[in-house]
Ligand binder design. Structure first.
Ligand SMILES: [Zn+2]
Length: 173
């Protein structure tokens, strides 16, 4: 991209994302280039604005868009000298129960693509609180964090995809 399609400005900056490149106009902020890179760059920028870990934001975003769920927090759980991310939510209404069931099914269907086991835990803090968290086996290492970050991307993509499928949108019961 040499000229911004929106404003005609010639100052364009490349924004690499995950091996792909998007281009951002320095003047008006319009983006062009690979659609996946544009989406990734925009998600990362949004996460920074909100002060949220960019690795966690896509998953928080998709969970927050499901009816009946309210995302409470995404944080890192301290384990040994590592901190593992988790996302927490509670149910706004009865629709949320179907969403949790679908999320559990989606998690099961994505097992083959995930590098770590993940589970949804239920606890009670004034209301029911659900926590999605990785459960690495054995000692933690820097590689575990790489695996977690890989899985966060996969989870965001697979939940986005599954939440549009008929079994999710129109459950039988
Ligand atoms: Zn522009």
């Amino acid at each position: 991209m040499d000229v911004c399609p929106d404003c005609g400005n010639h100052q364009i900056s490349p924004r690499p994302f995950d091996g792909l490149v998007a281009f951002e106009c320095d003047l008006c902020g319009a983006m062009a280039g690979d659609p996946r890179a544009i989406h990734g760059v925009q998600m990362t920028q949004k996460a920074r604005e909100l002060g949220i870990d960019p690795h966690l934001w896509p998953l928080m975003h998709v969970l927050g868009g499901l009816p009946g769920l309210h995302v409470l927090d995404a944080r890192r759980v301290e384990a040994a000298r590592f901190s593992l991310p988790c996302v927490q939510w509670h149910l706004v209404d009865a629709k949320g129960f179907a969403q949790v069931e679908n999320l559990t099914k989606s998690l099961m269907l994505s097992r083959g693509q995930l590098q770590l086991p993940w589970r949804i835990e239920l606890s009670y803090e004034r209301s029911m609180v659900f926590t999605l968290l990785p459960c690495p086996q054995g000692p933690l290492s820097d590689h575990t964090i790489v695996q977690v970050e890989h899985d966060l991307d996969i989870l965001a993509l697979s939940i986005t995809r599954d939440s549009r499928l008929s079994w999710w949108v129109r459950p039988k019961n």
